[in-house]
Design a protein around this ligand. Structure first.
Ligand SMILES: Cc1ncc(COP(=O)(O)O)c(C=O)c1O
Length: 386
């Protein structure tokens, strides 16, 4: 690997700011001691603000997959139906988790280039009053497509359906607006390693009243993931088992950074970097996996290469030559696309560096493209026309 810093531009884990790293470089304290709630009660409060909810946000020591499972095993019972949309690789993985937990999956196929169609959702819900929950990806990280969750909620309301709405915000929390309470979301699922700028290791379930009420009567077996045990302990600032103390120090600092910047500013910063990335893409004459403009992602851009090109070879060359890690094509997009993550602790020059590495790599790999994408992005960033 070449000297100098590594450029981590995958769509999460994202770069951990120095402030967060330093906050974690502290001695571990007693998680049952008197001083622990001072940290955790502040974290719970600030976390709820970032989730835009007055409901509790539960913190599990786990990856995003664990947070998916936690949501399913608390508010659903084996044999219940869940409606899931094939937006991409992560939707397919969540569906498999549901299936393994003996939920009956109603799977709406998709082409991995579009978000959830609210009309199709409404049609399914009208036909099937037994659907117990709708599982929706907000940002599908494998494709860089963001679904319109407010419109999905509108579709559920239009047919007066009582299904719960569970939303995966693993790569959209603190990147794009998802006001949980205003949009009537019952459970928001997220993780630490993307917009929250932390290392991997924390999973979140923000839990609304309707989901909690369902949980009281649900019969899926669970122990580690039990919401009620977590809630009972959290009330005093504690956990039912040993929490990831060091990551909580980091979370405390990351939340202070985000709220200090202001969530609207955080979203605007992400939207601007996403738009600059798309300006580069247009300049290169390459194709965005996301086909609908209103579904462009604030956190991830997936770039489709011509059929004859190998995106994995391109990524490998870019890593070896420029010490720049780009996101891999996942599932059915393997080898067909690469992804640029523009999320978390990120600024204009980091983006300029990443785009420069891509443009040089495209040339070295002999990919058919037009030069000038980087210039288009720089013009965008300095306020000129892309
Ligand atoms: C949108 C989304 N959901 C779920 C997951 C799975 O999370 P994890 O790999 O942390 O288990 C990811 C991982 O990148 C993701 O991007």
């Amino acid at each position: 690997m070449s000297p100098g810093r590594h450029h981590l531009q995958i769509p999460g884990p994202s770069n951990v700011p120095e402030r967060v790293s330093l906050a974690m470089a502290r001695a571990v304290i007693d998680h049952r001691g008197a001083e622990f709630p001072e940290l955790t009660l502040r974290v719970f409060r600030n976390l709820a603000e970032v989730f835009a909810t007055r409901h509790p946000v539960l913190i599990f020591p786990c990856s995003g997959t664990g947070a998916w499972e936690a949501a399913l095993v608390n508010c659903l019972s084996p044999g219940e139906k869940v409606l899931v949309f094939e937006t991409g690789h992560f939707a397919a993985l969540w569906k498999e988790v549901a299936r393994k937990l003996d939920l009956e999956v109603v799977w709406v196929e998709g082409d991995w280039r579009r978000g959830i169609d609210p009309q199709i959702a409404e049609d399914h819900l009208r036909r099937d009053p037994d659907i117990a929950a709708v599982l929706a990806m907000h940002n599908e990280t494998s494709t860089g497509v963001t679904s319109d969750i407010a419109a999905l909620r509108g579709a559920m309301d239009a047919c007066g359906h009582s299904a719960l709405l569970l939303v995966d915000a693993i790569s959209s929390l603190a990147c794009a607006p998802l006001p949980m309470d205003d949009w009537g979301i019952d459970v928001v699922i997220s993780g630490s390693q993307k917009g929250l700028m932390l290392p991997p290791g924390l999973g979140f379930n923000a839990v609304g009243e309707k989901a909690l009420a369902r949980a009281a009567g649900a019969t899926s077996r669970n122990s580690y993931w039990n919401w009620q045990a977590m809630l009972d302990n959290n009330r005093g600032g504690y956990f039912p088992y040993t929490p990831a103390t060091t990551l909580l120090y980091g979370l405390d600092e990351a939340l202070a950074m985000l709220l200090g910047e202001g969530m609207e500013n955080v979203f605007a910063r992400h939207a601007r970097h996403a738009a600059a990335t798309r300006a580069a893409l247009a300049g290169w004459g390459l194709e965005n996996v996301c086909v609908n403009e209103h579904e462009y992602s604030n956190s991830t851009t997936a770039i489709l290469l011509p059929e004859t090109c190998d995106a994995d070879r391109l990524r490998k060359m870019i890593l070896e030559r420029f010490n720049l890690s780009l996101g891999i094509g996942l599932g059915r997009l393997k080898g067909r696309c690469f992804r640029i993550g523009h999320l978390g602790d990120f600024n204009d020059l980091m983006l300029a560096g990443a785009l420069s590495g891509v443009e040089m790599g495209l040339e070295l790999a002999g990919i058919p493209f037009r030069k000038g994408g980087v210039n288009a992005a720089l013009r965008f960033l300095t306020g000129g026309e892309a």
